[in-house]
Every structure is written in C-alpha cells, then in structure tokens.
Design a protein around this ligand. Structure first.
Ligand SMILES: [Zn+2]
Length: 324
C-alpha cells in the first residue's frame, strides 16, 4: 500500500504546501484512490506518475473548501482525457449538491458516469477493488469522516518440517514450491505446493482522517493513521475551540496510549514555516510540531510534506520512499 501526499497545508496553500489531497495505491495494479481534493490537486498530480485514467474513487472527508475545491477541475480534466469508466465519488451529501451545481452552472459534460455514494450509507462496510472500506465519524465544525482501508492478502510460507517429511531435497525445488508450482521428485512422486506450504492471512490497515478535534474517535488497532495536526498546543489554546482542530500533543498522546506503530501528521496551519536552509526561523516552525509530537509519541512518526510517498510493506513496516 502506497500513500502520496498531494497537499499538507491547512486552510490555505503556502509556497511550499498545497491544500489537502492524498493518493492511495493498493495492490499490484495501477488503480488508486484519492482522499480529498483541495484546489490545485490536479496540478500536484502532474508531479507524480499517477493518472486520473486509473483513478477508481474519490473520497471526500468533509465539505470545507480546502478539502474539495479542486474537485470540479479534476473531474473536468478527467473528462477531457476521454475517460469512459465509472468514477465513484464518496462523501457527505453536500458534495453532490456542490458538484451538481458546478456541472449545471458551467455546462460541464462528463464523458464518464460519476456515481455518487453518500458516506452515511457507506457506514456499513463496503469494498472497492478488493479493499474493504470502513467509515468513522469524526468531530469537526461540519460532519467530517475518516476512511479506514483494509487490504486482506494471503501469502504462503514453506513448512520445513513438511518438506523434510516428504523428502523434498533442499534446492531449486523449494523455490518452485514457494512460487506455487508443484514438483516431481526423483522417484516420480508429485509434491503439491499446498502439501508443504502454510497459508498466512495478512491484513494491512490504514486510516486516513478528515479534520477532527477528537483523535480518540479513530483510536483503532491498525498499521498506520494519517491525522491532522493543525497546531501546537500553545497556538491551539490561543485559537480556542472554535475551529475544532487537533494539536500535535493531543494526537500524539492518544496514539501513544494505543501503541499505534505508525503515525503521519499533516494539515499544518500556514503559520508554521518550513525550516529555512540556514536554520534562521523567526516565527513558529514545522519543527515545533515535530518536537511536541515526539515528546508524547514514541512510535514511528513522520510529518508529511507535499509529494512525499510512503509505502506500508506486507510486514506492516512504513517506509518513506524517494519523491516521485
Ligand atoms: Zn475542515
């Protein structure tokens, strides 16, 4: 499972960060999901290898503009590329109202069916391309949701005891059996891969959250959570409860409690500057968020940057990849 950040700023874009958008690639094929689509998400996609031709579904976490104003442009450009396959759009009911209004007012013709699924009806588990989707309701000024993506896979592991019992000689035959091929022994006996391999069921799970001031709502036993950390605690206190965002401290503390193995923070307030090359930052810096999160969380922590890609391996290890 691969996740690419297309925008990591909260509310407004900055010179270094666009507004929210995350691409999720699952499995071996080229199909992918888009979670949120802030303005200029399609511009950010031009800097990746992802094509909207292979986009299976767009999930919108909530109706705020920094999470959905890029949708009309993306849908229009996708039509201009001649797409004919259905594109699924999942989100709160107002997303449909917003898109229907733009389509009508701007005389937009889509070359493909756009099938809208209200997130409220998706609350029951549903699967796309073999990925199970679960919806979690969050706490924000408007209805906001997290999407949990679960990929169930089977893998096989050679059982040495069984290989020895059946007298399969160590060497190339072991490799063939591991690859799922049956082999014939010297005495003519056929050994089937199922006779000597144990089948392991593995599930990789990622939760990608919309805006939320109660991280405990998504405290689940998964491999990775992507959560907003709009402020540090001091700024969150100054701003007050109004915007209903989380601080680095509140997010980190909740996920430390449940021993979450991997946490990626994103959606940073534009007031947190990227660190200057000479280290000469005057105001609040993104390092303040990192420092505060590290004080309260001891797992594998990352602060997302635009166009960063992370891969969640089959063993549940999160690796930061080179930029696209
Ligand atoms: Zn919001």
């Amino acid at each position: 499972m691969k996740i690419t950040f297309l925008g990591t700023s909260s509310g407004v874009p900055t010179k270094h960060r666009n507004v929210s958008g995350i691409a999720l690639e699952v499995g071996e094929n080229k199909n992918w999901f888009l979670i949120d689509c802030g303005e200029a998400t399609q511009h950010q996609l031009l800097n990746t290898k992802l094509s909207t031709r292979n986009l299976s579904a767009v999930f919108i976490t909530h109706i705020h503009g920094d999470h959905c104003y890029g949708l009309p442009g993306l849908l229009a450009s996708t039509a201009m590329s001649g797409r004919t396959e259905t594109l699924y759009l999942i989100g709160p009911a107002k997303i449909k109202q917003f898109i229907d209004g733009v389509i009508e007012a701007t005389d937009l013709f889509l070359t493909y069916p756009l099938e809208f699924l209200d997130v409220e009806t998706l609350k029951k588990d549903r699967s796309f391309n073999g990925i199970e989707i679960n919806v979690i309701e969050l706490s924000h000024r408007v209805k906001s949701y997290a999407y949990q993506f679960s990929l169930n896979e089977q893998s096989s592991k050679l059982n040495i005891e069984k290989l020895e019992t059946l007298k399969v000689p160590r060497g190339p035959m072991w490799g063939e059996l591991q690859q799922g091929k049956d082999v014939r022994l010297e005495d003519g006996v056929i050994v089937k891969t199922l006779d000597v391999c144990d089948v392991l069921n593995q599930t990789r799970q990622i939760i990608i959250c919309g805006d939320n001031d109660k991280p405990e709502l998504v405290a689940r036993d998964v491999d990775l959570i992507v959560h907003e950390s709009t402020y540090t605690r001091d700024i969150a206190d100054k701003v007050g409860r109004g915007p209903q965002h989380s601080s680095a401290k509140s997010v980190a503390a909740v996920f430390e409690d449940i021993k979450l193995p991997n946490l990626i923070l994103t959606h940073f307030s534009a007031r947190y500057a990227n660190v200057a090359a000479n280290g000469a930052n005057k105001g609040p810096s993104i390092l303040d968020i990192e420092k505060e999160a590290k004080e309260h969380y001891s797992g594998n922590l990352f602060l997302a940057d635009d166009l960063d890609t992370y891969e969640l391996s089959k063993s549940g290890e999160l690796i930061k990849c080179r930029r696209n």
